[in-house]
Ligand binder design. Structure first.
Ligand code: ADP
Ligand code: MG
Length: 322
């Protein structure tokens, strides 16, 4: 349904998207997961024809976005990061306006009504958009994407700015829409893509660094030669000490978990048992170990590990329980 080949987008010297390729089959629900600035919106803007690529090609339903932009775009409904809402219009006026703009062919009244039922905005149909809650506004944004009944829905950060209840509702709606559409959505929140998507493309610094189902991603990187350690002590110094223990191959800080206690995933060389050495060394520095467990990687850990070095954004360290 969507073919992206060797796509590159350069902003002067900076490569926002760096030679990425992937294909998405009809009916898939795919999540672009990556930190802010990873290149998710840029990729989506190119797929939807809003931005031109520096290099590479995109085709949608067999139509090249450059050679046949109108046909390609007809197959896509797009909810940009900042929804293109006209705040002073009523929902009714806005959806009719978008119907005209898209030159939709389906019977107007019935089509708009069907969409409103689907995204559950019938009760605010005659209200002015700016007076609606953010959750409703996001639904209206999704409604405009559905006009013309495109096969592909592209939703850029559809849950951003919503409260937990609204996030759950929007996730449900997207899963529901996924029954009849191919969906690509982006998020910097792991639990979003985990809750909604069958397949995740992890994007970091303009590159795809992982591609698979949530389970596959967790499995491909899981290792039974790792420990989860929680230590009362200064994060940076403890990390350094752990990394210097013979047999330790990698230390990934997982952030603050309790008052003054930080957690780390410590990977060790095969066959090495570093536990005694680790406890002793930390005790010597008066940094007590308050938890030590063999560790199976969660998808959150995998994500942090994959995007290692770019997780200064604290949102990755706060586990979202939504
Ligand atoms: P994401 O959606 O994953 O947060 P973006 O695609 O918005 O990331 O941005 C990718 C990179 O490209 C970032 O480093 C961003 O600063 C840069 N970028 C985005 N748009 C522009 C622009 N119009 N001019 C220059 N740089 C840009
Ligand atoms: Mg973005």
């Amino acid at each position: 349904m969507i073919e992206v080949k060797n796509l590159t987008k350069r902003y002067s010297a900076h490569k926002a998207v760096d030679n990425i390729s992937f294909s998405i089959k009809k009916g898939e629900i795919v999540g672009f997961l990556g930190p802010n600035g990873a290149g998710k919106s840029t990729t989506m803007n190119i797929i939807t024809g809003y931005l031109s690529a520096t290099d590479g090609s995109v085709s949608v339903a067999g139509f090249d976005i450059l050679e046949n932009p109108d046909e390609a775009k007809r197959h896509i409904g797009y909810l940009p990061e900042i929804p293109p809402l006209y705040a002073d219009m009523t929902v009714k006026e806005y959806l009719n306006f978008m119907y005209d703009l898209k030159k939709a062919k389906l019977p107007r009244t019935a089509h708009i009504k069907e969409i409103c039922n689907l995204v559950k905005i019938g009760d605010v149909f005659n209200r002015v958009i700016k007076n609606l809650s953010k959750g409703y506004q996001q639904r209206v944004g999704i409604a405009q994407a559905l006009i013309g009944n495109p096969e592909v829905l592209i939703l850029d950060e559809p849950t951003v700015g919503l409260d937990p209840r609204q996030i759950i509702d929007i996730r449900k709606l997207i899963v529901h829409l996924g029954r009849n559409h191919t969906v690509i959505l982006s998020s910097h929140i792991l639990s979003d893509v985990q809750a909604i998507c069958e397949r995740i493309l992890v994007i970091n610094k303009g590159e795809i660094i992982a591609d698979g189902s949530p389970d596959q991603l967790a499995r491909s990187l899981s290792t039974d030669t790792s420990l989860r350690v929680r230590v009362n002590g200064p994060e940076h110094d403890v990390q350094k000490l752990l990394g210097a223990i013979p047999g330790v191959t990698k230390v990934t800080p997982m952030g603050k978990k309790e008052q003054a206690a930080y957690e780390y995933v410590v990977e060790v060389a095969e066959g090495a048992d570093v536990r005694a050495d680790l406890s002793k060394r930390l005790a010597e520095r008066n940094w007590p170990v308050i938890m030590l467990a063999s560790h199976e990687m969660s998808l959150e850990d995998v994500f942090i590990r994959l995007t290692d070095g770019t997780t200064e954004n604290s949102q990755f360290k706060v586990k979202e329980e939504i």
